[in-house]
Design a protein around this ligand. Structure first.
Ligand code: MOS
Length: 735
């Protein structure tokens, strides 16, 4: 593919100015005549049946229009585009603290919130279990988790089980690791504004999948999908937390229909923690078997993942080990489900890879220490030339170059060295590294390209910009595909009425949508040429289509050429357009696809207080074509800061006594601030992966977080000699 100035350059976000000047309207910014406001009532116990709810005071409170409870519900069907789903107010069961159990609608948000506080609830309470440790005895061993077999094995010929391979290994390392449950705390809280007009519902609400959200609402409300439109042009962060359509959207839509007025619902920050969904806590056991030279002979990785009692998304922390990591001939992974009285669980940035790599990459470090070998050399020795589970060769993998380049840029000193041997004044200094891997996925997507008579070209589809830069991706890829400057590209997205562009998640947005833009551009150019040769007023009229080609915004014939805008003006057409679709195909049978990286960090641990400071971090990434260097760097930076957060700060604190997460608010839920974050270096290799898609771009959204927690834990061990196997690594664990 010919490179324009746009592709691979460092491009400012095309929506940046709108965002910093308040011109970008997020869902909850929308307002309408006669707008009413809804507010959730949430449970104050974790496990109970509701005996009664007294709503009389709430109903008499100023401005109140309606109070809905399980005794006076808004009807919602428990179905969604992803299968059966929990919906609020349809029964009297309370499964976790902070569960939506009522909905108050009033003239103002303050009135609705006030009245919600006046609802009195009587519960028949049962004991609750919130923490994974307390729930372990009730662990379930399902056949399938998240639609995958719960247990997977890869065994070499003649090997009966992974345990046999481990017994025959010269060296084994085994350990148990824990990761904390995490709350989705995107800057923009979940919200919805629902408007009915002539039996048609329009919902303004952030979502990662426009068509899926529309389908969810159609199913919940029993209306035809053609009568539901979802708008989500700007999103203040999503990270997996805005894939599923949660209570606030369904309740706002149902209440608006019933009242005959538009209804807006904005969750409080605390409600985001309990009324949407979280990342599950995990307990993981990893056993590595190796020969004396460090060659892995077997890996056994089992994960216990918490979730709501009725079932939920299982954090697939062990499963990733069988897919993308090391060339061990014998691998067994298994997932168990631990039912708890906790909010729903869902996808959160690198679900599985982020949590699983903490265990696997810590264990690798433990093996390196045991064998007195260098952690990078150990990983290179076990480099997977093919995908462990499928045996397929990778489409493009330059992980060893990531290690080598990273070691050079970071100033990695080869091991072994004695942990705790480097000191700078009162600070122990240590370094650590880890591998990062994230699968490169593609989803089917349809996009539309339209040539306009004013010389601009529209690139549109019902895709979403989670804050990741999709507005800019459409502009860059459109410019590349059409050979015209970026200022002539008019991107449009975030409207379910646009072409079905799939959902944005799994780091597959650019690969999926970008490929569809290329297909749409090809189709639109063809439509333009057809118009040019067929229209009597066209200067190309009567030529064979083969004689006319599209080149950088112009149509070029044997003896004439014309700008597409001028051509459209000449024939009196406002525009010509076409859709194009792209998706995964045959290539997935021939190759395995993933992005790779090596991540390094340096920590300083105070010898008196055990305060931990990250002083340097580096990622070297092999992600195929980098479409927008600036946005790509920001993605990796964001992932690394989040990884640092998971490593040192972040986690919901289960309180089995109180039956809740004790810190489900942004005052107590710790995340790094700028003063915690050191200089971060991000370096991209440049190896386009055109076997994956014509653009050559693989995912970059999630890989940035993947290896960071392990790299930090490994650095803490190097600094102090203490191996902390539980996230977050707070200083009390080092004392
Ligand atoms: Mo992501 S966790 O696929 O938004």
């Amino acid at each position: 593919m010919r490179k324009t100035k746009a592709l691979g350059a460092s491009v400012d976000r095309v929506d940046g100015r709108l965002k910093v000047t308040g011109g970008a309207d997020y869902g909850a910014d929308r307002t309408f005549a006669r707008l009413a406001h809804g507010h959730l009532v949430v449970s104050t116990v974790a496990n109970a049946t509701i005996r009664a709810m007294d709503t009389r005071r709430a109903e008499r409170a100023p401005g109140v229009l309606a109070v809905h409870t399980p005794f006076n519900p808004l009807r919602l069907r428990p179905e969604s585009s992803m299968g059966p789903v929990w919906v609020p107010l349809q029964d009297r069961e309370v499964r976790h603290h902070g569960q939506p159990i009522g909905f108050v609608v009033a003239e103002t948000w303050e009135q609705a919130r006030h009245a919600a506080g006046l609802v009195r609830v009587e519960y028949d309470e049962r004991p609750a279990v919130v923490s994974l440790e307390r729930g372990l005895s009730g662990a379930e061993t399902p056949e399938h988790v998240n639609g995958m077999p719960a247990r997977l094995t890869v065994l070499a010929d003649g090997v009966a089980s992974v345990d046999e391979a481990l017994r025959d290994s010269e060296v084994t390392v085994t350990a148990t690791y824990h990761t904390a449950p995490q709350g989705h705390a995107a800057m923009e809280p979940h919200s919805a504004v629902a408007v009915w007009e002539d039996d048609t519902l329009t919902v303004h609400s952030s979502t990662q999948g426009l068509h899926f959200a529309a389908a969810d609402l159609a199913m919940a409300l029993e209306v035809d999908p053609s009568r539901v439109r979802v708008l989500s042009p700007y999103i203040g962060g999503a990270f997996g937390g805005k894939i599923v359509t949660y209570a606030q959207t369904k309740l706002a839509a149902a209440a608006a229909r019933k009242l005959g007025r538009p209804v807006k619902t904005v969750l409080t920050r605390e409600q985001v923690f309990t009324a949407t969904a979280t990342r599950a806590a995990t307990r993981q056991t990893v056993t590595l078997g190796a020969r004396g030279d460090g060659t892995l002979t077997a890996i056994k990785h089992h994960c216990w993942s918490g979730g709501p009692a009725g079932g939920g998304f299982v954090e697939p922390a062990a499963h990733t080990t069988s897919r993308h990591w090391y060339a061990a001939p014998n691998i067994e992974v298994a997932a168990r489900y631990v039912p708890l009285n906790v909010p729903e669980t869902t996808y959160m940035r690198a679900p599985g890879e982020a949590s699983g790599s903490f265990a696997l990459e810590s264990a690798l470090d433990e093996l390196a220490v045991r064998l007195r070998t260098d952690p990078i050399e150990l990983r290179i020795r076990n480099h997977a030339e093919t995908a462990p589970d499928s045996g397929l060769p990778w489409s493009s993998k330059h992980l060893i170059e990531c290690y080598r380049t990273g070691a050079r840029r970071f100033g990695w000193r080869e091991r072994p060295r004695t942990p705790g041997s480097v000191r700078d004044g009162d600070w122990y200094v240590g370094t650590g590294m880890a591998t990062a891997v994230f699968p490169a996925l593609r989803l089917p997507a349809t996009m539309r390209v339209r040539f306009n008579a004013d010389g601009t070209a529209a690139v549109s589809g019902a895709t979403a910009d989670l804050g990741t830069g999709m507005w800019t991706v459409l502009t860059v890829v459109g410019s590349e595909a059409l050979g015209i400057p970026m200022h002539r590209i008019k991107p449009d997205l975030g409207d379910s009425r646009l072409s079905a562009a799939g959902f944005i998640g799994g780091s597959c947005g650019t690969a999926s949508v970008g490929s569809a833009v290329l297909a749409a551009a090809t189709a639109a150019k063809k439509a333009l040429v057809t118009l040019a040769v067929e229209h009597p007023r066209s200067p190309f009229h009567g030529l064979d289509p083969e004689e006319v080609r599209y080149e950088d915004g112009r149509l070029v014939g044997p003896d004439r050429d014309e700008d597409f805008g001028a051509l459209l003006a000449a024939v009196g057409r406002p525009g010509v357009e076409a859709e194009g679709s792209a998706g995964p195909g045959e290539e997935t049978r021939r190759h395995a696809f993933a992005s790779f990286g090596a991540q390094f960090c340096e920590v300083r641990v105070n010898r008196w207080t055990s305060e931990i400071r990250v002083s340097r971090m580096l990622s070297v990434m092999d992600v195929g074509t980098v479409v927008n260097r600036k946005a790509a760097r920001s993605q990796i930076l964001g992932g690394m800061v989040w990884g640092m957060s998971a490593a040192l700060h972040e986690g919901l604190h289960p309180d089995d006594e109180g039956g809740r997460y004790a810190n489900a608010n942004l005052a107590d839920y710790l995340i790094p601030v700028n003063a915690d974050v050191p200089d971060i270096d991000v370096h991209f290799l440049d190896h386009p992966d055109t076997l994956h898609n014509p653009l050559g771009a693989r995912g970059i959204g999630e890989i940035g977080i993947v290896g960071v927690a392990a790299a930090i834990a490994n650095a803490v061990h190097d600094a102090t000699g203490k191996r902390i196997r539980e996230l977050p690594i707070t200083l009390d664990k080092l004392l």
